[in-house]
Design a protein around this ligand. Structure first.
Ligand SMILES: [Zn+2]
Length: 135
């Protein structure tokens, strides 16, 4: 999950793409009674600029499985989320920092997974919750 910026510069590979599977930590899914199933697929492209900043387009694809937040029936949702980020070698409040040598994508990938997951997982659109009418 690393981009070896200095090495890529030496090879004059200023642009490229990457793809890997990421095993997410269990606490990365914030929805009660739900988990991320299996691994997260991470794909993206990078471009190294002249000032050593690196633009990265990152896509995470994963599936949340668990119980519907409203009715507790089994539920699942596939999520694909793309974000554009910038790595810089001088710390600021807006971008990700790296040391100019290599980038570890873990923090950005974790952030993308956190940002992209819904607040609730529903078994279907418009689930109204447990049926209490009891026919
Ligand atoms: Zn439901």
């Amino acid at each position: 999950m690393e981009i070896e910026v200095r090495k890529l510069c030496a090879l004059k590979k200023y642009e490229g793409d990457f793809s890997f599977d990421y095993e997410p930590p269990a606490d990365l899914c914030l929805i009660p009674l739900c988990n991320i199933e299996g691994k997260v697929k991470v794909t993206g492209t990078y471009e190294i600029y002249e000032d050593d900043s690196v633009g990265v387009t990152l896509t995470v694809t994963y599936k949340i499985v668990g119980q519907c937040s409203y009715c507790l029936n089994p539920a699942e949702k596939a999520i694909t989320y793309t974000t554009e980020i910038l790595y810089v070698t001088e710390k600021d409040d807006e971008n990700y920092y790296y040391d100019g040598i290599y980038i570890n994508l873990k923090t950005a990938v974790d952030d993308a997974i956190l940002i992209s997951q819904p607040n609730v997982l529903l078994c279907k659109d418009g689930c109204t919750g447990i049926d209490v009418s009891n026919k």
